[in-house]
Design a protein around this ligand. Structure first.
Ligand SMILES: O=C(O)CCC(=O)C(=O)O
Ligand SMILES: [Fe+2]
Length: 291
């Protein structure tokens, strides 16, 4: 089959719409706020347990800010490669006002989500907040040019995110895929306008004593259109020791993980290689309590 056929070939994946889309405005609606909040918490808990991923709408992040951010990002990627190279990883990006504001909003939303997740686990709302005091959050901007090959092309290889939570904005090209826990099938995360995709990372799997499992995901390139996505990684402070919350363990449900040092775990994975899963990097399974 020739390359010119590529545009007609799409992944034969079931485009399921049942990854939950959760409306956070229900938390603040004046009437019946208490039961609405309980409903949202329950939905989040169910989504984390069943999928490891959900989308949020009416999340409080100003839509104009997202639009401004998208514009700055596209202007950046439209530059010649020599110009882009001048912008070293951690220097100038942070100086752009829009990026700073965007980071602050992502952090605010992440704390909100973390607290709702704590409630869904039945622990105190702010139980995990202290671990993020000197956080090492990180943002990434991803541009994937159209890729016309005769089979679906990978943009980002299969992986789990190492931190607690990831809050991701994907554009209408879509392409993000998640491994459905129910049957081990890859399914697409449908683009929902003005939504963020939220997924469980490795540290939340440990804190929740594996009630919420870290999400296996990947991203596909589109054969016709360039694609942009912006994940924000909500990560604890480097010195934090992560272990199953004691409220969630007892004699009947013992800890499934040994304590791990997040800083060591993070740096090991950061310098690991997506494409080489057997490389000698730390993975959650290395901390699993043997049964
Ligand atoms: O490109 C995407 O949408 C996914 C990116 C991702 O999973 C990551 O950077 O960790
Ligand atoms: Fe990821």
């Amino acid at each position: 089959m020739g390359e010119c056929d590529a545009a007609t070939i799409q992944p034969t994946l079931e485009d399921v719409n049942d990854i939950p889309v959760i409306d956070l405005s229900l938390l603040s609606s004046a009437d019946n706020a208490g039961s609405n909040a309980a409903g949202v918490v329950a939905e989040i808990g169910k989504a984390c347990e069943k999928w490891g991923v959900f989308q949020v709408v009416n999340h409080g992040v100003p839509l104009e800010l997202q639009a401004k951010f998208d514009l700055v990002m596209k202007q950046f990627f439209a530059q010649p490669v020599e110009e882009k190279r001048k912008l070293r990883k951690d220097i100038d990006v942070a100086k752009q006002e829009v990026c700073e504001e965007y980071g602050r909003e992502m952090e605010k939303l992440s704390y909100r989500l973390l607290e709702l997740i704590c409630l869904s686990l039945g622990v105190q709302r702010q139980r995990l907040n202290g671990f993020f005091k000197d956080h090492c959050n990180m943002g990434r901007i991803i541009h994937c040019p159209p890729c016309a090959v005769s089979r679906p092309a990978l943009g980002t290889h299969q992986h789990t995110d190492v931190g607690a939570l990831t809050v991701l904005s994907q554009d209408d090209v879509g392409g993000l895929e998640v491994l459905r826990k129910a049957d081990g099938e890859w399914v697409q995360v449908t683009y929902v306008p003005d939504a963020y995709v939220v997924n469980v990372g490795d540290m939340l799997e440990v804190w929740s004593n594996q009630k919420y499992e870290s999400l296996q995901h990947r991203a596909m390139a589109n054969s016709d259109r360039e694609r942009f996505s912006v994940p924000f990684f909500f990560n604890p402070a480097l010195y934090v020791v992560v272990e199953p919350l004691e409220e969630l363990t007892n004699e009947q449900t013992p800890a499934k993980y040994n304590a791990l040092n997040w800083g060591k775990y993070y740096s090991s994975r950061k310098y690991g290689n997506f494409k080489n899963p057997d490389m000698d990097v730390l993975r959650l399974r290395h901390f699993k309590v043997l049964e």
